[in-house]
Design a protein around this ligand. Structure first.
Ligand code: G3H
Length: 545
């Protein structure tokens, strides 16, 4: 599809060097050579991978050149083995300094780390923005939300540990029950929330006493460079080790070592499945997974149109639709479809598209050209099978800037019906009978969230009851979303394994362990002596303030 005028406008949105605000400029490419391994920065002399921004600069001749951000090491299986060895030594079968450290001391280390990265907020936010093209406002939000998450995690751990700082006596047995670490955690986050989603597993894993192998996402590697020194200095050697390189080579290799106790992956079910199978003893492996989703919005005939349009726009197009929680299919009742689609398309026409640092921008460059090609492919497939792009300039693109397309009517058999598009294409399908909408959710391979828009309490209640058994969050007259982070974030079918929230994550990365003794004077004397002599970090009644 060609949109000559729109394409001209999109092309003009790419900046020249001088259009970039001074405080956002990339002063010099960041060529990272340091690798954090076993508490030391090793200087890498091998192969590296260049990093280019989704943002391109417009030359005087109109050419577009992606901004060079720097490069990072492409390490291999040898370095992966060294990382495993460092982590194993730090954990030392649960005898290492970190897993045996008191909870209060572990909290201090995490606080020290947090203070160090807060001091580098500007640098990290700028790298998030340049590496993945997220708007400056959202990049700042991602950083601040992550810091809030760490603080909430610390507060929750204090509550948890204080609640366990006592003995229980049941049927003649005295016990102290606490949560203990699991061992080595392999942590991998996604490119769309490269900091927040990674830290939502990495921080609870660390603070519970596990040691970590961390593999940064495909896009969003350099933003970790300003954090390396904080990781090195805040934690004992080997507690956190960073692995670079080609995921499909390095990660299965790490899993096949059998040394990983927890796989924490925010990615796809296909990868999760392969990685679990690569572990020689799957019974020893715990998985904490956030996977793909195809969240549907179900719009009932009596829905408040203006509210529905507003929520569906935020739900389907925030950060160009690149959220695991995005609304990725809209099912609208026939009686309201024309009205909804007209207003939806009008409002999409008002969205600001441009460079990530611009005020009020919603649509920004996509991370790679392959994503643009996939968006085109989804649209062409639907159009060839009878759908239309309804909105003006829908699907127009220049380089990485892609104007959203509303595709209607999307039917079974089209890619957009089931595939997670993870981008700015919004499939819409009409329904007459509510059973059709329910059936769509029931037959989906995914089960993360759903949004219902309507005002009739009977009808909504009738939908809620079956839907809560299909997904893990039913949103009423609101978009799908993860936040607030203290609420459970989970999914059924191919969408997740385990539950993440500030509270649940601490449990996901630990196991309840107890020390028990017969209720006798001798036991009392023994336990008193351990507690009063402050001899153990596990058997104690200390209170953390
Ligand atoms: O991509 C998944 C994110 O965790 C979504 O978070 O729904 O709060 O934007 P959010």
């Amino acid at each position: 599809m060609t949109h000559p005028e729109m394409q001209e406008q999109l092309h003009a949105l790419f900046p020249t060097e001088s259009d970039i605000p001074a405080e956002c400029r990339v002063l010099a490419p960041l060529h990272q050579r340091a690798i954090l391994l076993n508490g030391e920065m090793h200087i890498w002399k091998g192969e590296t991978r260049p990093v280019h921004s989704p943002v391109a600069l417009r030359g005087a001749d109109g050419s577009l050149t992606h901004v060079e951000l720097g490069s990072f090491p492409v390490t291999g299986t040898v370095e992966a083995d060294a990382a495993i060895a460092a982590a194993s030594a730090a954990y030392n079968n649960g005898r290492g300094q970190w897993p045996t450290m008191s909870v209060a001391d572990r909290i201090s280390c995490v606080e020290n780390f947090t203070n160090q990265i807060v001091a580098r907020r500007h640098e990290i936010v700028n790298l998030i923005m340049w590496e993945i093209g997220k708007s400056l406002a959202d990049s700042e939000k991602e950083f601040d939300r992550t810091i809030d998450y760490i603080k909430a995690t610390i507060a929750e751990l204090k509550n948890l540990d204080n609640a366990n700082s006592r003995f229980q006596i049941v049927d003649g047995t005295i016990a102290q029950i606490r949560r203990s670490p699991l061992g080595i955690v392999l942590c991998m986050g996604p490119y769309n929330y490269p900091m927040n989603e990674t830290f939502c597993t990495l921080i609870p894993a660390l603070i519970m006493g596990n040691v970590v192998l961390f593999k940064p996402p495909r896009f969003g590697v350099l933003l970790y460079y300003p954090m390396l020194e904080a990781f090195r200095s805040a934690f004992p050697a080997g507690v956190i080790n960073i692995v670079y390189g080609q995921g499909h080579v390095v990660v299965p290799h790490i899993m096949s070592s059998g040394k990983v106790n927890v796989l924490a992956l925010i990615g796809t079910s296909k990868v999760a499945d392969q990685l679990k199978k690569a572990h020689p003893k799957t019974n020893r492996l715990r998985a904490v997974l956030g996977l793909e989703a195809k969240n549907a919005a179900i719009i009932l005939p009596d829905a408040d149109i203006e509210l529905t349009v507003k929520e569906c726009i935020a739900g389907s197009l925030s950060f160009n639709g690149q959220r695991c929680t995005a609304i990725k299919m809209i099912l609208v009742h026939q009686a309201i479809a024309d009205q909804f689609l007209r207003r939806f398309c009008e409002e999409i026409g008002k969205l600001k598209i441009g460079m990530p640092w611009e005020k009020g921008v919603t649509l920004t460059p996509l991370p790679e050209m392959a994503k643009v090609a996939y968006m085109d492919e989804c649209i062409s497939d639907a159009v060839a099978k009878g759908a239309k792009v309804l909105n003006e300039n829908g699907g127009a693109s220049v380089e990485t800037l892609f104007f959203p397309a509303v595709v209607f009517p999307v039917k079974d058999g089209m890619k957009l019906y089931r595939e997670e598009q993870f981008g700015p294409v919004v499939p819409v399908a009409p329904f007459e009978d509510i059973e059709t909408a329910l059936e769509y959710v029931i037959t989906s391979n995914h089960g993360q969230q759903v949004s219902i828009f309507g005002t009739n309490p009977d009808q909504i209640a009738n939908l809620v009851d079956p839907l809560v058994n299909q997904v893990c969050r039913v949103n009423l007259n609101a978009q799908c979303q993860r936040s607030p982070d203290v609420f459970p974030f989970a999914g059924r079918k191919d969408s997740a394994e385990g539950t993440l929230s500030v509270h649940d994550a601490l449990r996901s990365f630990s196991i309840r362990t107890m020390v028990a003794a017969k209720q006798s004077p001798a036991s009392k004397k023994l336990l008193d002596s351990i507690v009063l002599g402050n001899k153990s970090n596990f058997v104690n009644t200390r209170f953390i303030l």
